[in-house]
Write a protein that binds this ligand. Structure first.
Ligand SMILES: [Zn+2]
Length: 195
């Protein structure tokens, strides 16, 4: 059975509308930022980052889930990959780590690069109070999905830097998550980071 209900702002009670399928709602009255999760809306921790690079194309805000985790690798079985790790001196995802997961419905090939890059080298974010009228790219992945993606990203990265990872025993504990809007310039289907 389908139940219809009016979604309201958790802060001011204003009815929420969204033209697109977006997992994030922003109240048009009070700018409260909420997530749509398990059939309801609730307040979500959020950050809007300031554009600090100039560009000629259209400005958009790209949603990223930032999942704060504690990652501990207890043991790894690697065949022939030990030396490569030191030679490549790749950064690891370990300890207390913010994992970036793009929430937009964009090709995985493009998104993978952003996610790994931001996770290993977090962008220097200056916070903006609001979206300044700049359009938001809809969030396609909710935070359940983001948590799964973040663990998968850690495992894939671990496998890639080790060369031949056969076995891994690890702890992956999620502490918190938030949505971070990262500035991008959009030119047709090409995106460039605006930070
Ligand atoms: Zn409101």
């Amino acid at each position: 059975m389908v139940s219809l209900k009016t979604l309201k702002c958790t802060n001011c009670g204003n009815p929420l509308t969204s033209k697109e399928k977006d997992k994030i709602f922003v109240c048009s009255k009070c700018q409260n930022i909420m997530e749509f999760l398990d059939g309801d809306v609730k307040k979500v921790e959020s950050t809007i980052a300031r554009f600090n690079k100039s560009g000629n194309s259209e400005k958009v805000y790209m949603p990223f889930w930032v999942v704060n985790t504690d990652i501990k690798v207890n043991s790894e079985k690697i065949v022939g990959g030990r030396v490569m790790r030191f030679l490549k001196s790749e950064k690891k995802m370990s300890g207390n780590q913010d994992l970036y997961v793009c929430a937009a419905d964009i090709s995985p090939d493009i998104v993978k690069g952003w996610n790994v890059e931001f996770t290993l080298r977090p962008p220097a974010i200056e916070e903006e109070d609001n979206f300044q009228g700049i359009p938001r790219v809809p969030a396609f992945i909710d935070n359940h999905g983001a948590k799964q993606h973040s663990e998968f990203m850690f495992l894939r990265h671990e496998a890639e830097i080790s060369g031949t990872l056969q076995k891994i025993d690890y702890d992956f504990n999620i502490n918190s998550y938030r949505i971070v809007y990262v500035p991008f310039y959009k030119n047709k289907n090409k995106y460039q980071v605006g930070i």
